[in-house]
Design a protein around this ligand. Structure first.
Ligand SMILES: NC(=O)c1ccc[n+]([C@@H]2O[C@H](COP(=O)([O-])OP(=O)(O)OC[C@H]3O[C@@H](n4cnc5c(N)ncnc54)[C@H](OP(=O)(O)O)[C@@H]3O)[C@@H](O)[C@H]2O)c1
Length: 444
């Protein structure tokens, strides 16, 4: 097997492995704390000591609650790429561009191994980074970039490496899962719970990356590259959860489903790939429906390995630092896998257009004032039938303080057909608002 080893990492197997850490925020300080607390454990796992020799952050004088004396300070993080005492650059600043991108590319060009927790960087510059890693034989590892403390990458790249997976799917963002769980358990509205998440520090002041699906999309694109093949990030279909109400969650539950923000990728015939992030109805008995709060989870399915689900904390200082150090341990042991766990370089492909995919859909249709709900249900069945959309289940109800709603479950149909029918429904005198359509994803 071809492996990607950097000389300084592998040839001095009993000498200390020297780290240069860029970024001393939540994750960076967590990594330093872990190394100090687990010095002996790390040595016994790798046969060598792991030492932090140099660091960089923006503000040199900030008290970070850890002792930085004795560590070389670089004002410019990119200097770590050229520091002869650094064997492994650990990038924990974040951001797909700017210093993080320059540091990682410079370090790889200098032949240094890199460990990063930066999902945006790896997802958006996958091809360039894969090429540099290959060309300069410099490993780039990023376990912490996907689902924090869960060994999601190791599971797909190593645990089921021999299986040709058919599907992988997961709850890849803790903030959106926390919000959906709180809405389900307390009946509170989306905006209230989001504010609480922001106050508790789970959600950023700008929550878009979490609730509009972009953070999960970065992680899904990385997992898809390992499990199937690299994809063009911008071809991923991403939609967020802003329109989900507690009433939708309640209605889904009465139909036997939970609503979860999911990222799913599937292998399609002829080397094509389906991949998307969106809120979905999933069977209430499925493994992923049991994953609540800030927890993340990943399910894989393959012909040999069957379904496997792992779950745990997807973020936070401890879990993320532990995932960063799992990569550092691999390097200290001399294991440097090629970027996507494959020795051949593959050009990214575009995902299958999501509009052509077939599934069942949940439709929530708010009726205009004064419309008789039974009559509306029968008329809307006819309108949908005329567009070849068959209904598996339909009922109406009136949530407290709002207009009557129809709740429908369609039979399998393309998203194209759903997108065609929604404006037609909205234009009728029966309907008051743009109907909500959510995909139903049948998971084990
Ligand atoms: N937090 C988590 O739970 C978690 C989980 C998984 C992955 N990640 C990823 O881990 C990375 C770090 O996240 P974090 O939560 O630790 O972030 P953070 O707390 O905001 O820390 C970022 C650190 O990077 C430093 N920094 C930023 N820009 C810099 C620049 N241009 N030059 C030098 N230093 C710079 C900051 O310096 P100052 O302190 O001086 O401002 C700070 O120490 C991100 O890629 C994130 O997506 C985080």
């Amino acid at each position: 097997m071809t492996s990607v080893h950097h000389n300084a990492v592998s040839s001095l197997a009993s000498s200390p492995l020297r780290l240069g850490i860029a970024g001393l925020g939540t994750v960076g300080t967590g990594v330093i704390r872990l190394i100090r607390q687990h010095t002996d454990l790390l040595r016994s796992r790798t046969g060598r000591s792991i030492e932090v020799v140099a660091v960089s952050a923006r503000n040199r004088t900030r008290d970070r609650g850890i002792d930085l004396s004795g560590l070389r300070w670089h004002d410019d993080p990119v200097a770590l790429a050229h520091d002869a005492d650094v064997d492994v650059v650990v990038e924990l600043m974040g951001g797909a561009e700017g210093s993080a991108r320059t540091l990682v590319t410079e370090a790889l060009k200098a032949g240094k191994a890199v460990v990063t927790a930066n999902k945006a960087l790896v997802a958006r510059h996958a091809q360039e980074l894969a090429h540099l890693s290959h060309e300069h034989k410099a490993p780039l590892l990023f376990e912490a970039a996907v689902a924090g403390g869960i060994p999601a990458i190791k599971m797909v790249r190593e645990g089921v490496a021999a299986d040709a997976l058919t599907r992988l799917g997961g709850i890849l963002n803790g903030t959106s899962n926390f919000i959906l769980t709180e809405m389900a358990e307390t009946g509170r509205a989306f905006g209230d719970v989001l504010k609480e998440a922001q106050d508790k520090g789970y959600a950023e002041a700008d929550p878009s990356a979490d609730i509009d699906g972009w953070d999960a999309a970065h992680k899904l694109s990385i997992l898809t590259a390992i499990a199937f093949r690299p994809i063009v990030f911008d071809s991923l279909a991403v939609s967020g959860m802003r329109r989900i109400t507690t009433d939708d969650i309640h209605q889904a539950r009465t139909l036997g489903y939970a609503i979860k923000m999911l990222g799913v990728a599937r292998r399609l015939p002829e080397d094509r790939v389906e991949a998307w992030v969106q809120p979905c109805l999933i069977p209430a008995r499925s493994g992923l429906a049991q994953v609540n709060g800030v927890y993340n989870a990943l399910t894989t399915e393959g012909p040999f390995s069957g379904p496997i689900t792992i779950s745990g904390q997807g973020a936070g200082e401890g879990p993320t630092a532990d995932a960063v150090m799992a990569d550092v341990i691999d390097l200290a042991r001399g294991h440097g896998l090629p970027l996507w766990g494959r020795v051949d370089e593959q050009a990214p492909i575009s995902c299958e257009p999501v509009e052509s995919l077939v599934s069942r859909f949940y439709l929530r249709i708010t009726l205009a004032d004064g419309v008789n709900a039974d009559t509306a249900l029968s008329e809307i069945r006819t309108i949908l039938g005329n567009e070849d959309i068959a209904i598996e289940h339909g009922h109406h109800h009136t949530p407290q303080g709002t207009a009557a709603q129809l709740i429908l479950l369609t039979k399998p149909v393309t998203l194209n057909a759903i997108n065609r029918i929604l404006p037609i429904l909205e234009e009728t005198a029966l309907v008051n608002d743009t109907p909500l359509a959510l995909k139903v994803e049948d998971l084990p």
